[in-house]
Design a protein around this ligand. Sequence first.
Ligand SMILES: [Zn+2]
Length: 114
Amino acid sequence: MPIPYDRLKQALLTEQASLTRELNELQSTIKEEGVGYSTHPADEGTTAFDQARDLAVKVSAEHTLKLVDDALARLDNGTFGLCLDCGQEIDAARLEAIPYAPVCLSCQAKREHR
Ligand SMILES: [Zn+2]
């Protein structure tokens, strides 16, 4: 099955836009919570919890955005769809599911078992 580059590029751009928006929203939420922290001591527990959760979401969104950016860069330089670890072509079905996947399935498994 050939890799549907155009469709995957579209999916990546959509993902990039929504992650960027999400990060912007999180950024302003985190700031607001930071301001409320000292003025509402009764909400402290909730606020600390919300902050931790928002930060975790932020870190994960930033991580995914980095993968999306890298994938778009590879589309531009012609190496998209090649595994970063072994250089083999990544299965098209895998790319359909995760267009920003940087490595093939077997290398992904190796990374996770490291
Ligand atoms: Zn590989």
